[in-house]
Ligand binder design. Structure first.
Ligand SMILES: C[S@@+](CC[C@H](N)C(=O)[O-])C[C@H]1O[C@@H](n2cnc3c(N)ncnc32)[C@H](O)[C@@H]1O
Length: 213
């Protein structure tokens, strides 16, 4: 029998440290905070199109599928084959089953845009050039009035910037610069202490939107 999904997540975190970027799945409190902006929208005037990136074993996916309605569409992009197996096992029988795409977000070309993009990608682990490309790709995939939700570990980048040296420090410095340049797009910021480690959910609007909600 396959081990429970958190254990499978932990095993992969040891084998794929850079891409998994955490040792345990997000808590229920963090997962709920991640999906709250998707369902708090007063502009639900038809079926929703939602993209989740970096789903792992699916704590956030679970919160999405339990709230989605027939006719809604959920695409999940996950690089790790083992996690794709878990996601298909867990959610294949859901009312709105997600389409699980085993591919990097940089190679994902669905030919549509989404009302909401929800990301669990560990951006602080990636090269700065890749982080820049990922943000650009996300905004290409997002409707101009859409929302982009992601989380980061509280003080994670700042601590890494303080305690790393050399190329690693330079890389984190560049990522902080990229994120600083996206600061005007942040419409909501919420700290979730009940997660290991505590996390912060950030909601951004599309750079091409009017900025009015
Ligand atoms: C920090 S884990 C988050 C997992 C889950 N969302 C959670 O909150 O527990 C990051 C996930 O991103 C996936 N990932 C990393 N790079 C990716 C990429 N380029 N495209 C798609 N998924 C990626 C990893 O395989 C991993 O499942």
């Amino acid at each position: 029998m396959a081990p429970p999904s958190p254990l499978r997540f932990f095993q992969q975190s040891l084998q794929q440290t850079a891409t998994v970027g955490a040792v345990w799945p997000s808590s229920r409190a963090l997962s709920r905070a991640m999906v709250a902006p998707v369902f708090s929208s007063v502009h639900r005037d038809g079926p929703l199109r939602v993209l989740e990136i970096g789903a792992g074993v699916g704590p956030v996916t679970e919160e999405l599928v339990s709230r989605m309605l027939p006719g809604d569409r959920l695409d999940v992009v996950e690089l790790n084959p083992e996690f794709c197996v878990v996601l298909r096992e867990r959610f294949g029988g859901a009312q709105v089953p997600p389409s699980v795409h085993e591919v990097s977000i940089l190679d994902f070309n669905p030919g549509i845009r989404y009302h909401h993009v929800v990301s669990g990608l560990p951006l602080a682990n990636f090269p700065a050039e890749m982080v820049e490309k990922i943000y650009a790709r996300i905004f290409e995939l997002l409707e101009p009035q859409g929302t982009f939700v992601m989380f980061e570990h509280v003080m994670g980048r700042e601590l890494m910037n303080t305690f790393t040296t050399g190329q690693s420090r330079e890389r984190i410095g560049k990522i902080l610069e990229i994120e600083q340049s996206l600061q005007p797009l942040v419409v909501e910021r919420r700290t979730v202490p009940l997660n290991v480690p505590p996390a912060r959910v950030l909601v951004r609007r599309h750079p091409g939107s009017s900025g009015e909600s």
